[in-house]
Every structure is written in C-alpha cells, then in structure tokens.
Design a binder for this molecule. Structure first.
Ligand SMILES: [Zn+2]
Length: 539
C-alpha cells in the first residue's frame, strides 16, 4: 500500500483524459484536490488506503469537467425570480405565463423577464396588443431568447416616451406599424429606451442567482464558466459570494464595452478589472458587440440580405473597431467579440490583426463568439491570428428558427458557410464551446450531440444542417474541455485528466463513445468534482 493514499479513486470505467495523445485510461486517483494518478486499474489501485473512497464505475465514463466559454449565468440564476418564458412553445403559452406571473406578483411595479422566441410571431415581431390584453396597469419588458429584441406593452412605451414621432436610436430599431406607431418590439439599442427605466435586480437577488446557477451548472458537469458580460452591478455580487467562500466554479468574467461611450471608459474598465480578482473569480476580458443577429436583420453582412439593400448593423465602423481592439489589447485585455454576420467576423479579425501589428503579438487569446456566417476566405485566419473560434454548437441545426427566420434572408450561397465549425477546425482554428445560456440550454451533452450530428435537439427526426460541418466526437469533447480551458487561461491546471492538475472531473452514466449507448444528449452527469470536492453527486 502507498504510504500516502488517495482520497478518492474512480476505477473500472473509461477515463477519457483528452490529453495530447488522446489516452484512454481505466482509473484515476485524487489526493488533496488534485489528480494523483491516471492509468490502468491495477496500477492506480495501489494508491487505495483504508480511508480512500472507491467508486466502481462499472463502464461509466470519466471526462474532464466541462468549461462553458460563453454564457450569462446570473441571467440564468435570475430565472427563478423574473417572468421565465424559456419553457414556452408559442405566443399563447407566453401570454398564459405572463398573466399568471403578473397575478402572483401584484407587488412588482414592473413585469420583467425573458425567454420568448421570435418564431412564435409573424416576421419575428411580437405585438403590444396581446400583451396589453393580459397586463395593462403596469409596464412589461420581456426580452427574447437571444436578448436582441424586447417585447413591451403600451404602458412601457408610454413611460419611455416612444411614439410615432420618436426616432430610432443609431444602434437599434423601433418596430412600427404602417402608421409609424410603435408596434411592441424593440430591437438592439432601442431596447435600452425601456430597459433603463425598469428596476435592476438587487444585490441579494444577484447573489442568489449566482448560487442557483452554480448548482444548476455543476449538475450538468460544468466546472468553469466564462461570463460574457460582467457589469459594475454584477461584479459586487460575484465578489460577495467569493468573499464568503461560496464559489466552487472557476469564473472568468468579461467587462462590457459600452458602445454609447468613448475611449475614456478604459479607465473604468481597468478599475473594475483591478477589483475583479478574488479566489476563483477573475476578470480578464472585455466584450464588444460587433453586430446584432440575423433574425432581425442586424447581423452585419458583406452582401445585403436577400431582396434588400440592407447590410445589417455594424455597431462600430471598421476603423473604430480597430481603435477599440488595439486600445484594449494594449492594456492586456482579452477581447471577446460577439460576431454573427460574415462582415462582423471579418471586421473583428481585421481588428485583431491591426492590434497585433500595433502592439506586437502576445499570448492574448482573443476570441470570436457565435461565428454564424464565416466567409471561407476568413476560415484560415483564426489559426493564423490565434483567434479562438468560440462556437455555440447547439444552434447549428435546421431548426424552425434557422429555416424560417435565417435561411430565406441569407440565400443559398451564404447558406453553405452557416456555422462552419468543421471547416474552421480543418483550417486550423482552435475551437472552444459555450452555450450562451440562457439563450439556449446549458447542457453540454445536448450541445455536443448537435455538434456531431448537426441535427436539432431534441427533434431528432429532422434533417442535418450541412452534415460536412459536423465534428467528430473527440473534437467536440475537446472543444468543451481543453479548448474552453485554453480560452479561460486555465489549461495548465484543468481541461485534461493528467497527474498534477486540479481534480475537476465528471462521471457520465454511460460511455458516450459507444454508439450502442443511445443519443449523447440523453447521457446524464452523475458526479461532478471541483478540485476533488463533490459539488454534484447523483451516484
Ligand atoms: Zn451571449
């Protein structure tokens, strides 16, 4: 027996180490929160002592903990507080939930929430009339699933002074009827006109949101997350829970570049970054919205939307983006850019290239999230510039959303490079995966299933979206573990199962690499270890 026995031993399963050689082991031993040994069951068994907890895996799979490279965890945790429309499937269901929520919360001056879907409404645009019919006494502000459009009632429009005479803001659009009157949908920057009037969540609610999200995501096997947008309002909540030692998740945070302000905001971003380092919480990134989304024609395109002369909405012109990225890069920020359309992707890559020539090349790991349309000429540039392709694989399926609200407006030519994750991988791009929760499910296994099938989950009888762009399972698992660890600057400590690394590990109820084990998205995480501590245990 070893004089220094392990605390925990997982044995008799398939241990997918995701290391450089793709080593498949049978057992792993954990001591003081770190991986003490990985290998054959008979070798690792020598580390067992009288007090060692031994878990017989019986064919189950061990993987490194998943790391979500782009999500909105506090929004997810707040769903328990606000009007949650994420489980609905139609406009009528939304209206039922809203009416019930309003009835149960007579004390709330505003009804706020999110989760409706654009495909519930003609042309993607909800109307104020049906909302007025269920709530007319109080303002209502409800964001859609992707957070780029809000549905508001007449009371909210009135409070914000939005009427036929009110012009669109430069970075957004007020949806209007034929008479020019606002019809109830606000896109992009127009959302702020109402959102800024609604009461923000309290610090207590945000701390509770953190706890809710951490528990929910640990249960899905997630051990590190990159919060796409940390603000001066949410940072204190993170620091409070970190101060109390409640954080078991590795948290990377991005500060939002406020497009209504200029370069002088760098001082505020630097001050927030300075404060944002406590325990497992770290602020390293700055987030820039380069464009909007295709469904409301605000995704920035190289050629116009089909049948129009509209090129979408670049939130910053190309020179301005170069200046911002160069400035952030010169201050050591990791720049995380929202890029949907092919013009947004190109402008973002150009900006990184310009920043590298101005500031010199450093280990910056800038990344582009979403990458829905990427022109083939730009595929090799990710690898060349070491820009990480931060993909949301769950969206890469022929859903009603894609078929009705996207494909008709991008046309057949661009449809060939729609979520081109396979091509990016083959062209040498480093892939990281993220859910964009609460935009869509946070479950990494469901997302991995779509990455390898390109078929909608859970509607598995539909056609794949560009089957050539599917990834093999090893690549998809690597993207959600070591790939995201890279973009989180955590790869020295996590992301693979190797001796000396932190024991951020998960156990799945089956071997997802066995084709006979059923759909990948049906697999469940039965154990999640964060630095050796069981933070989810359903064994
Ligand atoms: Zn996002």
């Amino acid at each position: 027996m070893d004089p220094n026995p392990a605390d925990l031993l997982l044995t008799g399963g398939s241990v997918r180490t995701v290391d450089d050689a793709g080593t498949l082991a049978e057992a792993v031993a954990i001591k003081d929160g770190r991986i003490a040994a990985v290998g054959r069951a008979s070798d690792v068994a020598r580390l067992a002592g009288p007090k060692t907890r031994v878990i017989e895996l019986e064919g189950q799979t061990v993987l490194p903990g998943f790391q979500d490279a782009h999500l909105h965890p506090l929004d997810g945790g707040l769903l328990a507080v606000v009007c949650n429309l994420h489980e609905t499937d139609s406009a009528d269901e939304c209206l039922d939930v809203i009416a019930r929520y309003a009835g149960e919360h007579p004390d709330r001056d505003w009804i706020t929430g999110d989760g409706w879907s654009m495909d519930f409404f003609e042309g993607g645009n909800p109307d104020k009339e049906r909302l007025d019919a269920v709530v007319s006494d109080r303002p209502v502000y409800l964001e859609n699933r992707d957070g780029h459009t809000a549905w508001v009632n007449s009371r909210a429009l009135e409070l914000a002074g939005i009427d036929a005479a009110c012009p669109d803001p430069p970075d957004g659009r007020i949806q209007r009827g034929p008479d020019g009157e606002p019809s109830g949908a606000l896109h992009e920057g127009a959302m702020r006109l109402v959102e800024d009037l609604a009461p923000p969540p309290t610090q207590d609610e945000l701390e509770q949101a953190f706890r809710n999200a951490q528990a929910e995501l640990h249960a899905l096997g997630i051990t590190a997350w990159q919060d796409a947008v940390v603000t001066a309002a949410t940072l204190p909540a993170y620091l409070a829970v970190a101060e109390r030692g409640e954080v078991t998740m590795h948290v990377e945070g991005n500060l939002l570049w406020d497009r209504t302000r200029g370069d002088e905001q760098i001082e505020d971003l630097l001050a927030l970054r300075e404060r944002g380092n406590l325990g497992r919480v770290r602020i390293r990134g700055a987030k820039i919205f380069v464009d909007g989304v295709l469904e409301n024609f605000t995704g920035a395109l190289l050629e116009p939307y089909v049948g129009t002369d509209n090129l979408g909405m670049a939130m910053h012109d190309a020179e301005e983006l170069v200046r911002m990225v160069t400035l952030l890069d010169s201050h050591g920020f990791q720049v995380h850019m929202h890029t949907i359309g092919d013009r947004a992707v190109r402008d973002a890559l150009d900006a990184v290239e310009a920043a590298q020539s101005a500031n010199g090349r450093r280990d910056a790991r800038h990344h582009l999230a979403h990458i829905q349309l990427v022109h083939p000429d730009d595929h090799p540039r990710f690898g060349e510039l070491d820009v990480v392709a931060n993909a949301q694989p769950y969206w890469a399926a022929a859903s009603r959303y894609v078929n009705e609200l996207t494909l008709p407006f991008i046309g057949p030519e661009r449809a060939r490079y729609h979520y081109p994750f396979g091509s990016l991988h083959r062209a040498g791009a480093r892939l990281a995966f993220g859910s964009d929760w609460t935009v869509s499910t946070a479950d990494p296994l469901a997302q991995i299933e779509v990455a390898v099938t390109r078929v909608e989950h859970p509607n598995r009888d539909t056609e794949p979206l560009l089957a050539d762009e599917a990834l093999d399972l090893d690549t998809a698992v690597a993207a959600f573990t070591r790939g995201s660890a890279y973009v989180n600057f955590l790869e020295d400590e996590t992301g693979t199962i190797e001796p000396g690394k932190l024991a951020d590990l998960i156990v799945l109820d089956r071997d997802i690499f066995d084709p006979g084990a059923g759909p990948i998205g049906d697999a469940r995480v039965v154990l999640t270890l964060a630095e050796g501590e069981a933070v989810h245990d359903a064994l």
